[in-house]
Design a protein around this ligand. Structure first.
Ligand code: MG
Length: 318
């Protein structure tokens, strides 16, 4: 609790114009709320804050009149494409995904995945938790929920596509079927810079983009048998209320157990599904901050018991 209150103090300290929230996991929620209440704009590099706390964070953003600027590369791409699009012009979001470490592995081989296999991301250099989330594609599922809260589209209007080269960072479709994309090298500095400089564009000396040397751009549909986490995230997002907080916390805990070699790679979606299934009867549709913190805590404990009864068959996705 000491560390959390220290971070909360930093988040609301002084007269900063914007606070970049780059903490991994749901630990970013309370400091982000503190910064919003201090009237500071948020550059959101911590997706879990919005996924778990969306029902609480969005009304506060409105109430305090602050801006929530996405620093996640896909959401930055969507936000960049949206500049100049009139209200109501957006029809569909297409999130691109690298496909993670096991993009080219057959589904049968996933049962033997080791921690070091899961930590080899093909395109992006990131922390352990998000690299595992990329390998399960839960990262993309979480980003679908993040996109829903940031841009207000229904889940039916948010699609995902595997794009192994990570050059197109995401796309939007407008009402007239025109599609806009944002392209660039896979480099997190650009979305972070744009979250800080918006609406300005700052000149940089970074390596210029080159269509010819970047090579072929390819796309394919995600394999939902191989990546059950995507559908789990859509189901949790549609269930709304405190369910996304449960999905997020269950996933954080399951990834932690996987990194400690307490559960297998394929157990991650199994325990997350069991825990979401158990939360269905208790899902609060308009949760308070305390409800979200309680759901988060409950889900972490529920993962521990679910990891001990992995033979049960969950039935969360209908
Ligand atoms: Mg991302």
């Amino acid at each position: 609790m000491g560390a959390v209150s220290g971070i909360v103090e930093v988040a609301r300290y002084g007269d900063a114009e914007a606070v970049v929230t780059g903490i991994v996991g749901c630990a970013g929620l309370l400091p982000t709320i503190a910064a919003i209440e201090a009237g500071q704009d948020i550059a959101l590099a911590n997706k879990e804050t919005l996924i778990a706390g969306g029902p609480v964070v969005l009304p506060l953003v409105e109430q305090y009149g602050v801006k929530l600027l996405p620093a996640d590369s896909e959401h930055s791409a969507i936000f960049q494409c949206l500049q100049g699009v009139p209200e109501g012009g957006l029809r569909r979001i297409i999130l691109t995904a690298s496909g993670g470490a096991f993009r080219d592995w057959p589904v049968e081989k996933l049962a033997t995945v080791t921690v070091s296999d899961a930590l080899k991301h093909p395109n992006w250099s990131m922390g352990q938790k998000i690299t595992v989330d990329s390998a399960t594609m839960m990262n993309k599922g979480l980003e679908v929920i993040e996109a829903h809260y940031l841009f207000g589209l229904d889940y039916d209007d948010i699609d995902t596509v595997i794009h192994p080269q990570s050059i197109i960072h995401s796309l939007i479709e407008l009402q007239d079927t025109s599609v806009l994309a944002q392209l660039g090298w896979p480099d997190m500095r650009l979305p972070l810079l744009y979250a800080m400089s918006w609406p300005e564009r700052i000149y940089t000396e970074w390596k210029k983009f080159d269509l010819v040397t970047c090579g072929d751009l390819t796309f394919r549909e995600p394999d939902h048998q191989k990546y059950p986490c995507i559908n789990l995230a859509y189901a949790a997002g549609r269930a709304a209320g405190s369910m996304p907080a449960v999905l997020n916390a269950a996933n954080e805990k399951a990834v932690e157990l996987f990194l400690k070699e307490k559960i297998q790679f394929l157990d991650i979606p199994k325990v997350v599904e069991q825990v979401c299934d158990r939360h269905r009867a208790d899902n609060k549709m308009t949760p308070s901050l305390q409800d979200i913190l309680d759901a988060d805590q409950w889900a972490r404990e529920a993962v521990l018991s679910a990891s001990e009864s992995l033979n049960q068959v969950p039935v969360f996705i209908n």
